[in-house]
Design a binder for this molecule. Structure first.
Ligand SMILES: C[S@@+](CC[C@H](N)C(=O)[O-])C[C@H]1O[C@@H](n2cnc3c(N)ncnc32)[C@H](O)[C@@H]1O
Length: 474
């Protein structure tokens, strides 16, 4: 044993940063086979864990928290003292941050998870890290699309997500080079990762660990009295799985001198064997898959993204039977409204969505209503907020509303045509048994197609209702 220690002296102060591909979504291995007891560590550090809160393997979503007995509503479930969450600027930072800080400054703000990921990777490499009891309990692999094969990325069949995945992969490969360049001339004592090679795969592990587990909460108080919003990893609390109907919620107590993170039971009793669930956010499946590595069936917040384009709108409305639409050449007064909707001008935002709680994004609905109307005076009688509202029920008349809805239905048909497979094909592929990542990609595209079909159904009903009302009043 002594000889082995002598042979590998440099290995004694760091841990390897290798990263394997995900084999199972429901039960990913942890970084070490028998990690320390997380509950005991939290309590030793001065935190509180309700006696009925336990960690269970018995979930379809990996590890989770479960109530071993009844918990009254509003009870504190877990309380973390301020030094336990893992944040980018931590009081425990040391001189290695003079290297990782400039590196993190090269990360675009939208990839904030990579910033905290650098810190996580640094702590993962360090033997004796304060956070090792937490980090060793993290999953070894993630089912996010940056780890999918090229074939499974294509299997997503949805351009906006393909774009995001490619962007993240490209960033990781470029950042790997930047990290290597910065690290190559460092003395061992200055090296933030214990002299180890950091590659796109270990960076991707760290980014996914953060994006799937961090919460954005108040940071330090700013001079103007407000709080900065910073991501942090909350040990144990982050063992809660997601639900849109959660039974727990995160709170931050800002008592002077004693800030704490806690989760409380929601305003209903938690029964024995109930999982403890948090709402990660009212997000589309794009975010759930990209950041968390899962897809929610019938997600009420899922939507599809389209580009507002005059030629596409003309094609859709002609397919819907609207005669001579003028989306490609709007009248000046219509163009002025498109400008107000930020669908025209120097830096327009042409991304519009269909599906989700709004059903049709207000900006798209207003544009269709206005461009399908010839009656400038009537249009100008209404506020933009009315023109954008689906519940306004045909402010510009039944014929205009029917034409707008039919145009959206035709847009949906065009969008469905962009998917190379039908839902029935996808279902039979899933029945044949496929890998974890292929299954996720197929579920993702099936859900997108369901969103489109649901919107078409809803709008078809609205058209029928409008037409029936018109015949009754005629
Ligand atoms: C904050 S962690 C929760 C703890 C995690 N289950 C574990 O084993 O460490 C978030 C991860 O849990 C899984 N997860 C949580 N809620 C889920 C849900 N509703 N459906 C599918 N997977 C879920 C996903 O793998 C996600 O990335």
């Amino acid at each position: 044993m002594a000889a082995a220690k002598l042979l590998i002296p440099t290995l004694s102060h760091f841990r390897p940063l290798t990263c394997a591909a995900a084999v199972s979504a429901s039960n990913p291995a942890r970084l070490v086979p028998h990690p320390p007891d997380l509950l005991k560590w939290i309590k030793r550090e001065g935190g509180f864990v309700h006696e009925a809160v336990t960690i269970t393997q018995d979930t379809t979503y990996g590890l989770g928290l479960v109530a071993s007995g009844g918990i009254p509503k509003g009870s504190d479930l877990i309380v973390l003292p301020e030094h336990v969450p893992l944040k980018f600027q931590s009081d425990k930072d040391d001189e290695a941050d003079s290297v990782s800080l400039p590196l993190s400054n090269r990360i675009p703000e939208e990839l904030w998870a990579m910033k905290l990921g650098l810190k996580l990777l640094q702590e993962r490499a360090k033997v004796g890290s304060f956070w090792w009891p937490y980090i060793s309990n993290l999953p070894e692999t993630y089912t996010v699309p940056i780890f999918f094969s090229g074939e499974d990325i294509k299997n997503l069949q949805y351009a906006p997500l393909l774009y995001q995945v490619n962007k993240r992969c490209r960033f990781l490969l470029e950042f790997e080079q930047e990290v290597k360049n910065v690290l190559k001339n460092l003395k061992p004592s200055e090296h933030p990762f214990g002299g180890q090679d950091v590659d796109a795969s270990s960076l991707g592990w760290a980014m996914s660990a953060v994006s799937s587990r961090a919460f954005r909460l108040y940071g330090k108080k700013l001079p103007n009295g407000t709080h900065s919003d910073i991501p942090m990893m909350l040990p144990l609390i982050d063992m809660c799985n997601h639900s849109f109907n959660p039974n727990a919620r995160i709170l931050q107590e800002q008592d002077a001198g004693n800030p704490k993170m806690l989760i409380k039971a929601a305003e209903r009793e938690i029964k024995q064997s109930d999982p403890l669930l948090l709402n990660y956010g009212c997000l589309s499946n794009d975010f759930f898959l990209l950041d968390y590595g899962f897809v929610i069936p019938s997600n009420p917040y899922d939507h599809i993204e389209l580009k507002y384009d005059g030629a596409l709108m003309d094609a859709a409305s002609m397919a819907a039977g609207v005669s001579s639409p003028n989306f490609s050449s709007p009248a000046p007064w219509q163009q002025e409204i498109l400008f107000q909707l930020n669908l025209d001008g120097e830096v327009p935002n042409l991304k519009v969505t269909i599906g989700g709680p709004e059903l049709v994004e207000g900006r798209l609905l207003a544009a269709l209503r206005v461009l399908l109307s010839n009656d400038r005076e009537m249009v100008q009688r209404y506020d933009l907020s009315v023109l954008k509202s689906l519940s306004a029920e045909g402010p510009l008349g039944v014929a205009n509303e029917v034409a707008a809805f039919r145009t959206i239905i035709a847009l949906c048909v065009i969008a469905l045509g962009h998917f190379p497979t039908k839902i029935m094909d996808d279902e039979s592929l899933l029945k044949q048994g496929v890998s974890v990542s292929t299954e996720l990609a197929i579920q993702f595209r099936m859900q997108k197609k369901s969103v489109i079909i649901d919107v078409m159904r809803d709008l078809t009903k609205r058209v029928k209702l409008l037409l029936s009302k018109e015949t009754t009043t005629a």
